[in-house]
Ligand binder design. Structure first.
Ligand SMILES: C[S@@+](CC[C@H](N)C(=O)[O-])C[C@H]1O[C@@H](n2cnc3c(N)ncnc32)[C@H](O)[C@@H]1O
Length: 493
């Protein structure tokens, strides 16, 4: 059964949820930090204990988040003014022995900036449902990764391609005038429609593959967590498999995106690419990019073929020892081997439409990121525009720069017979992406002078005098490094 939430049902549900505080903060307060964290790890027992005396909110948490059967009277009281029968007619509940059980996952969702939404998706803890081809995933790690990596600058129009449960569109609704969401799967479209109805949001929902539903249209921002998992050209799960071989679908999407971006418009995607023997992975991804876009491709993880296949089979809830799973893994590994795939990369792709000569950067960022990447993405896009405007050496030398807050200089040494011997130094960011750049002594001195009160050419002259080196030699050595440091946010114009 597909969910279908009428405006009256949505109103009644919101009334009930507001009354019992079925929201992220309310649930967290009821569960407490420990049980909340345990639930996040898939351990329900602490949450059952924490909700035992939780009244109507406890009933909803057990019913909707813990997969419990709750008695008719308790569910009726918790959901009033919506009746359990009406909730079942909307596809949310199932009548079972002893009362009611959830038919779908219906959970509060928000982030540090608020939100206060509810998201509908398929139940993930029931393997039978999870293994259906059209399973609609809820708000998972990848959803949150994309949401936090998306710049939240106020915009006119946003496209969420492959909306699924609708989570990216919810986040977009906070900073866009109009949101369009697409999907190719009828079950996902029904789920997204129900999520939007529940939140009282007017999102344009379109049916069709990739960019076909928005042919001829342009957006200020396009976000997508597409089915990007590389494998043979088949679809076992529509949320995961594109139906095209390897990373072909992502390559085609990246190539087609810019014509759907307004001038200056940004696309923010998650994706995976193959590392093929004898080929440089950055060259592979660079070859997908069309003309007319600044692009920042950040590789966050690299997995070997066995880990890649195992991870995604486990994600689908398969018993990896079952004959079906083994046959699937065998075919998948054979395909990867035949394509000479040595590893699979995963990361972010940011594109911004530009009329100027484009900047394309493809790089690794393997360290953990604790802060949301969205502000960093927005800043990166601004920095490459600034660097483009200061592409001439004279322009850069005339600029006044300062070292960003929280930059540290690390010196390291190696032990020898005489004690410690200096072996080098590096400057590194202490917040956001922990970019780190090796520096020599003159460069370290130049950076120390970047305090926002003197242009670079004055600092170079001082340095040339102090180190008794020609200023030209310092300029030649320093400017490429300065550009890199600006691009990585260590030096701020
Ligand atoms: C990984 S899920 C992402 C769901 C959601 N946007 C999120 O961030 O959690 C991918 C979504 O893309 C949809 N999809 C699969 N193939 C598609 C295609 N060819 N065109 C558009 N959407 C597609 C799936 O139905 C699924 O909802």
């Amino acid at each position: 059964m597909l969910p279908e939430i009428s405006p009256a049902t949505a109103d009644a549900l919101r009334t009930a949820f507001d009354r019992v505080d079925y929201r992220t903060d309310g649930v967290r307060a009821l569960l407490g930090r420990e049980a909340h964290a345990a639930l996040g790890r898939g351990e329900p027992e602490p949450a059952f204990r924490a909700t035992a005396d939780g009244g109507a909110l406890g009933v909803l948490v057990r019913l909707l988040l813990l997969g419990a059967v709750e008695p008719d009277a308790a569910v009726a009281a918790a959901l009033a003014p919506l009746t359990p029968a009406d909730a079942a007619a909307a596809g949310l509940l199932r009548r079972v022995d002893g009362g009611w059980a959830a038919a779908l996952d219906l959970r509060p969702h928000g982030d540090d900036d608020g939100g206060g939404w509810w998201v509908l998706s398929d139940l993930s803890d029931f393997p039978a449902r999870r293994q259906e081809r059209d399973h609609v995933t809820g708000v998972g790690g990848a959803s949150l990764t994309l949401a936090s990596a998306t710049p939240r600058t106020p915009v006119g129009t946003v496209l969420d391609l492959g909306t699924g449960c609708g989570v990216q569109a919810l986040h977009a609704s906070r900073h866009a005038r109009a949101v369009t969401a697409t999907d190719v799967a009828p079950r996902a479209l029904a789920m997204a429609r129900a999520t939007f109805a529940l939140n009282g949001l007017d999102v344009e929902l379109l049916d069709g593959p990739w960019l076909a539903p928005v042919a001829g249209r342009r957006f200020d921002l396009i976000v997508s967590n597409p089915p990007f998992v590389p494998g043979p050209a088949r679809v076992d799960y529509v949320y995961r498999d594109s139906g095209q071989a390897g990373d072909d679908a992502l390559a085609a999407l990246v190539g087609a995106l810019p014509e759907h971006l307004e001038p200056g418009g940004v696309a923010q995607l998650l994706g995976s690419w193959l590392h093929v023997r004898g080929e440089d992975w950055p060259d592979r991804v660079r070859s997908w990019l069309p003309a007319g876009v600044n692009a920042w491709i950040v590789q966050r993880e690299v997995t070997d073929p066995a880990l890649h296949v195992g991870t995604w089979q486990r994600d689908a809830g398969l018993d990896l020892h079952s004959p079906t799973a083994r046959a699937q893994a065998g075919a998948w590994l054979d395909w990867l081997a035949a394509q000479k795939v040595e590893a699979v990369g995963f990361g972010f792709l940011t594109l911004r439409r530009t009329d100027e000569a484009p900047t394309v950067v493809v790089e690794d960022l393997p360290e953990e990121i604790t802060d949301p990447l969205g502000p960093e993405v927005a800043a990166w896009l601004d920095r490459v525009v600034w660097l483009r405007a200061h592409a001439a050496d004279d322009a850069l030398l005339g600029a006044t720069l300062r070292l960003a807050d929280g930059i540290v200089l690390e010196r390291y040494a190696t032990a020898g017979d005489e004690g410690w011997t200096d072996a080098g130094a590096a400057v590194a960011r202490a917040e956001g992406p922990r970019w780190r750049h090796e520096v020599d002594e003159p460069a370290a001195a130049l950076l120390a002078g970047c305090r926002g009160d003197a242009p670079l050419n004055e600092l170079v002259e001082l340095l040339a005098f102090a180190h008794d080196r020609p200023a030209d030699a310092i300029v030649t050595a320093a400017l490429p490094a300065v550009r890199e440091l600006v691009r990585h946010g260590l030096l701020v114009p």
